[in-house]
Design a protein around this ligand. Structure first.
Ligand SMILES: *[C@@H]1O[C@H](CO)[C@@H](O)[C@H](O)[C@H]1NC(C)=O
Ligand SMILES: *[C@@H]1O[C@H](CO)[C@@H](O)[C@H](O)[C@H]1NC(C)=O
Length: 181
């Protein structure tokens, strides 16, 4: 038991400081460029994905800068208003692992990907919570992919009640006629 607690404590420290994250092998950043649809979001702090929550985000576009940082463009509802965010995620020493400043400092890893179909991203925030996101190239993905995501979230200790299906959430920016790029 003591050992288990020690490991739990150390894991958090190690994950944050060393970037030990579950990540795809031979990640090819240029292949995730383009438009993505938000399918599922899981987190261990549910209020973050409830209405008005900072992590209830609709991804619009992923790009890659010349310096190899990734560009994430997304939007969300904030106090009833649609806001757009563009953020750069820098590379780390580890392939497929990036840093991001959003709602605090984060380590972002490309946990699973099939470039023409889906993308699973794991984000660990310094404030002791994680967010797992499933994106699709189309507005929805196959049931098998969703099941895979559920298992992945479960392995990371996130219960099913803490997962939202974004395909059923009305996009707050739709009327704004805003989908450039
Ligand atoms: C890479 O370029 C982007 C866009 O100019 C910038 O936001 C980001 O901070 C840069 N990353 C590094 C590591 O310099
Ligand atoms: C990326 O690197 C640039 C240049 O070093 C830095 O200004 C910026 O804060 C970094 N961003 C992240 C998300 O780490």
């Amino acid at each position: 038991m003591k050992l288990l607690l020690l490991c739990l404590g150390l894991t958090l420290v190690c994950i944050y400081s060393e970037g030990k994250m579950e990540v795809v092998k031979n990640f090819e950043p240029s292949k995730i460029i383009g438009k993505w649809f938000t399918i599922l979001i899981a987190t261990d702090q549910k209020e973050r994905i409830e209405e008005g929550g900072t992590m209830r985000i609709f991804l619009d576009y992923i790009g890659v800068f010349k310096n190899s940082s990734l560009l994430f463009k997304f939007h969300r509802l904030d106090n009833g208003e649609c806001i757009k965010v563009s953020t750069a995620c820098n590379e780390t020493d580890e392939d497929g692992v990036y840093t991001a400043h959003y709602d605090g400092q984060n380590l972002v890893s490309i946990a699973d990907v099939k470039y023409d179909e889906y993308l699973i991203i794991l984000m660990k925030n310094e404030n002791n919570f994680q967010v797992i996101l499933l994106y699709g190239r189309q507005p929805d993905v196959r049931k098998e992919i969703k099941n895979k995501f559920m298992e992945f979230s479960d392995r990371h200790g996130i219960v099913e009640g803490n997962i939202i299906d974004m395909t059923k959430v009305e996009d707050p920016c739709l009327q704004a006629g805003s989908d450039e790029e």
